[in-house]
Design a protein around this ligand. Structure first.
Ligand code: HGY
Ligand code: MN
Ligand code: MN
Length: 427
């Protein structure tokens, strides 16, 4: 009864959660309310180091895998049993907000610390994961660390990915590692009993419905492309139009064709040209090379594939006498999260008297790859007007506290499960 009672009164420490939030918000602060921590850069490294210092102060064990994901572990009564894991990411958009990813990391740490504060033992170890390069803002693709960890992407391809200065993940990782102190080694794809990621919704639904918790049913499909168009540099003043091979005009023609195709009366398809570079990029030279990215999302695989299959026809063929090539560097179909884990989260929300709804995620997350390895789901909390990937991103401390308490209760249930009553995730 005492441990039952103990569990009932167990709640996270909101002051500590907010002090961690503010401490991280200082690292790479832009002065405009947001933060800029490109993966494996000095600011991201400082944030990862600070997280590890907090973990080492509680004598949790700290490990790293070959692609730079960090693992903070609180041991359980059965140390050999697969852990219950939670986590998210500390790297941000450039610039980004102070909640995307960061909230899931400090909420997860809060779970480990609260159990430690109250000397609550769990059967299974509990592991906090800090995924490397979730945003894909500096190094493509997004969710790099978890996709390599789960075997969806080769580590060679990931280590070779370069930023716009030509610095590779391999080089940046070695540099960052040297600042993190002593870390154990952690294998890729280690057995895991269940994974729950806490995250801001990054959309407007929970706030509009006046609800505190989102029990996440799954994540929509995402596919990303890089298009490169090659024309010919020429003098802006002397070159007649019929002699030009203008790579920017060619890109504009392709992009308007794609935008037309992306018109969706049901407003389900998400189509974004987020990055466009023009070379040589001087006012008086006809552009010789243009590169742009395409980010596509849809909840239905068939609809996503239909659009994917038209990309080659538009971006892979000569356009206005310019050569054009396109490659798909990320293709991740929609997934559904595990029913049992979702019911554990629902019960935890009910136990806390928290209003909740089930909803799918429009944003992608590392949980998508953990769902390949073990029963997985996510907990969303509302964010201000659904704003995200924007320095104005904001979540209320009361929602952060509620989400962390629901995470604590759900993890506690899963961490005391004996053999895996959770139906293994269908292949
Ligand atoms: O792109 C995404 O959905 C994630 O926020 N990186
Ligand atoms: Mn995120
Ligand atoms: Mn993000």
């Amino acid at each position: 009864v005492s441990s039952q009672l103990k569990t009932m009164e167990l709640s996270v420490d909101l002051d500590r959660l907010m002090s961690r939030h503010h401490a991280l918000a200082k690292i790479g602060a832009t002065g405009r309310g947001g933060v800029c921590r490109p993966a494996l850069g000095p600011e991201d490294t400082a944030a990862r180091r600070l997280l590890l210092d907090w973990a080492r102060a509680r004598s949790f064990s700290c490990a790293i895998d070959p692609i730079g994901n960090l693992f903070v572990r609180r041991n359980g009564g059965e140390p050999g049993w697969p852990p219950v894991s939670t986590g998210s990411h500390l790297d941000t958009q450039i610039p980004g907000g102070n909640y995307d990813g960061i909230y899931g990391v400090i909420a997860g740490l809060e779970v480990l610390e609260t159990l430690e504060d109250h000397d609550i033992s769990t059967r299974r170890p509990i592991e906090l994961v800090v995924w490397n390069n979730e945003e894909g803002a500096r190094f493509s693709p997004t969710t790099m660390g978890s996709s390599v960890y789960s075997g969806a992407t080769s580590i060679e391809a990931a280590l070779e990915s370069c930023d716009r200065e030509g610095i590779s993940v391999r080089k940046a990782l070695a540099e960052s590692l040297s600042k993190l102190g002593n870390l154990d080694q952690h294998a890729f794809g280690a057995p895991c009993h269940a994974y729950i990621e806490a995250h801001i919704e990054q959309g407007p639904v929970l706030e509009a419905e006046g609800l505190s918790i989102g029990v996440v049913t799954g994540i929509q499909g995402i596919s990303q492309f890089q298009t490169t168009i090659t024309g010919e540099a020429a003098h802006a003043g002397t070159t007649p139009r019929r002699r030009r091979r203008d790579a920017l005009l060619a890109a504009m023609s392709q992009i308007s064709g794609l935008a037309k195709l992306a018109e969706d009366p049901g407003d389900k398809l998400r189509f974004t040209i987020g990055k466009l570079t023009v070379l040589p990029g001087t006012p008086n030279t006809v552009p010789s090379e243009v590169a742009f990215t395409i980010d596509l999302r849809h909840p239905q695989r068939e609809a996503l594939d239909a659009f994917r299959n038209s990309i080659e026809r538009i971006c892979g063929t000569e356009t206005l006498s310019c050569k054009s090539k396109v490659n798909e560097f990320l293709n991740s179909p929609p997934i559904d999260f595990d029913a049992r884990v979702r019911s554990v989260i629902r019960d935890a929300a009910i136990g806390r008297g928290a209003s909740f709804m089930e909803l799918a995620s429009g944003a992608t997350h590392d949980a998508k790859y953990m769902a390949k390895l073990c029963p997985t789901s996510m907990i969303f909390i509302p964010c201000l007007s659904g704003i995200s990937h924007n320095e104005a991103e904001m979540a209320a401390p009361s929602d952060m506290e509620c989400g962390a308490n629901v995470l604590l209760d759900a993890i506690k249930v899963l961490a005391d499960e004996t053999a895996s009553p959770i139906a293994q995730v269908p292949a």
